[in-house]
Design a protein around this ligand. Structure first.
Ligand code: DAT
Ligand code: MG
Length: 139
């Protein structure tokens, strides 16, 4: 398979806790190349596009509020099977059950909030990746 790209976000909890470097180190140590990076505070418009698949779910509003609650870091990482590979590095969505050794398993825990706060986002398919990269990096 040829090299692919994924969108990684360090979410507001990760930025607040000073874990941007930690996430970047893990991505780079694995051997993926970061080819683009920016810090922003996402507005509702951008988040509605990014999380369109979750609209209507019980955690949607808390998710939007959480993701807009502070700066995030968006980056594009590149490499063979990086979409799958970064999802493995990130670990399971629920940080309580995410395996130790993963970003979420090592660095996050249940906060008792309506939305799970788990440090990072990673695209889940080539279609999501190309859609999400355009949201954060086209204009
Ligand atoms: P992932 O980020 O692992 O791809 P997702 O796309 O299903 O997970 O959900 C997006 C984010 O929403 C996830 O990182 C944390 C939050 N979330 C998902 N499912 C949830 C749930 N059942 N309750 C609370 N928050 C949830
Ligand atoms: Mg997802």
């Amino acid at each position: 398979m040829s090299s692919e790209q994924t969108l990684i976000l360090v979410k507001p909890d990760g930025v607040k806790r000073g874990l941007v470097g930690e996430v970047i180190v893990r991505v780079e140590r694995k051997g993926y190349k970061i080819t683009n990076l920016r810090m922003l505070t996402a507005d509702r418009n951008i988040l509605a596009k990014h999380y369109a698949e979750h609209e209507g779910k019980p955690f949607y509003e808390p998710l939007m509020e959480f993701m807009a609650s502070g700066p995030i870091v968006a980056m594009v990482a590149e490499g063979e099977r990086v979409i799958e590979g970064f999802r493995k590095l990130a670990g399971a969505t629920d940080p309580t059950v995410a395996e130790p050794g993963t970003i979420r398993g090592d660095l996050a825990r249940d906060q008792g909030t309506k939305v799970v706060q788990n440090i990072v986002h990673g695209s889940d398919s080539p279609e999501s990746a190309s859609r999400e990269i355009k949201i954060f990096f086209n204009n």
